[in-house]
Design a protein around this ligand. Structure first.
Ligand SMILES: Cc1ncc(COP(=O)(O)O)c(C=O)c1O
Length: 395
């Protein structure tokens, strides 16, 4: 059970909006906001470097918190600017050669796919898309078949940017482990939303962000690199933090995943991320995940009863992201109309997940994403606002 009253009391933003853009950037809890602001105040008061020195231990604690969150060692964590940079640092450190196969998912995020295309152009690596099963998620049997031939990397998006689908990450991990194939998981939308355990999933590399379901500040994300693969990966960029210049012709890489970081970063954001992770852990990811799924399902069912609606969520397991279109109204018009009533949703467009949206013939859709601090009244308010919009079109 969740103490919803407390969750809402600790979230200042709920007083202004019904926020269903948690897959964009969730509302920060007060405690996270305070951590960020307090550090910025300190920087202004005593200087940025000096302020950083006062929080050395707390900064190290951020790695321990993230390690607890995803069940790994703090040495396997790198904190970077965002999920994309985390993912890039992992992906571009893999030494691809001509003919190397990269297997990926149909609902892959654009930034990842653009990177595949660039690497394929440069190195001659080959990108292959794993077909979906009847639920619209990665087809495990098809993946097993594709893995019968030598494969350099399996790279999957756990929860796609444009809908409620949760890909079967652990089943994929079982196959990659059996075949000894490197496995990179884009967990940008799942970390903070559901329990994510890298040991249970069996991925070698995982990227995530702070601002989405973790409810941390913007401008920070993190990468997990399994100790067993760390030694073999040299990041594409190195600075004096990632490596040490030990002799005129020689540098040594950091022995930990910090080799994927760079020196300059927002200390306030990093501290805020740590506080957000501890806060999420106190609620308990198992507990909040159940509640997010329940709210998502409630919203999905309520929206699906609207006249002229088309629901777009796929997957055997569905999350707190609800995607739909309404006849007679563009997703942008819906977002704008709801925004005027202080209800936040977002629009996902075809270029963000081009293969998936093209295959399904969708140009753009409304993405409404719930978090555990939302409630049924807010959802009812959104559905009523949509009903009113549909009514306008009929009269
Ligand atoms: C599936 C997925 N991967 C990666 C990203 C990129 O995250 P960031 O903006 O933190 O780089 C997003 C952002 O929407 C996403 O949905």
């Amino acid at each position: 059970m969740i103490d919803l009253t407390r969750a809402r009391n600790e979230t200042p933003g709920i007083r202004s909006v019904a926020h269903f853009n948690n897959a964009g950037a969730a509302l920060m809890p007060q405690i996270v906001l305070e951590a960020v602001k307090t550090h910025l105040d300190l920087e202004a008061e005593i200087g940025g470097y000096e302020a950083a020195r006062t929080v050395t231990e707390r900064l190290e604690g951020v790695y321990a918190s993230l390690a607890r969150l995803i069940n790994c060692s703090p040495r396997e964590i790198a904190v970077v600017e965002n999920a994309t940079r985390a993912w890039d640092m992992a992906f571009y450190s893999i030494p691809f050669r001509a003919g190397d196969r990269i297997l990926t998912s149909q609902a892959e995020y654009a930034s990842n796919y653009i990177a595949y295309l660039q690497v394929a152009k440069r190195s001659g690596a080959i990108v292959e898309v794993i077909p979906n099963d009847a639920y619209g998620q990665v087809d495990i049997e098809q993946l097993a078949k594709l893995l019968e031939r030598p494969t350099r990397l399996v790279s999957i998006t756990h929860i796609p940017t444009n809908g409620g689908l949760v890909n079967p990450a652990a089943e994929i991990g079982q196959l990659t482990r059996e075949r000894g194939v490197l496995y990179l998981l884009d967990a940008c939308q799942s970390v903070g939303q559901m329990p994510v355990d890298v040991a249970a999933i069996g991925c070698d590399l995982l990227s995530a962000t702070s601002r989405k379901y973790l409810r941390g500040p913007r401008g920070v994300g993190f990468l997990y690199v399994r100790e067993g693969v760390l030694e073999g990966l040299e990041p594409p960029f190195l600075d004096l933090h990632a490596a040490t210049w030990v002799a005129p012709q020689c540098y040594e890489l950091q022995p930990t995943a910090k080799r994927f970081e760079n020196w300059e970063c927002s200390i306030a954001a990093k501290l805020g991320l740590g506080v957000a992770v501890d806060y999420a852990l106190r609620w308990g990811l198992e507990t909040t995940w159940l509640y997010v799924q329940k709210l998502g399902q409630y919203m999905r069912e309520a929206v699906s009863e609207l006249p002229g609606v088309q629901m777009h969520d796929q997957g055997r397991v569905q999350c707190g992201i609800v995607s739909f279109t309404l006849a007679g109204h563009t997703p942008d018009a819906i977002r704008q109309c709801l925004s005027e009533q202080k209800i936040n949703v977002n629009v996902s467009r075809a270029p963000s997940t081009l293969l998936d949206m093209t295959y399904r013939g969708i140009q753009d859709l409304v993405r409404a994403s719930v978090h555990y601090y939302n409630n049924l009244e807010e959802i009812d308010r959104m559905v009523k606002a949509l009903q009113a919009m549909m009514h306008e079109v009929r009269v």
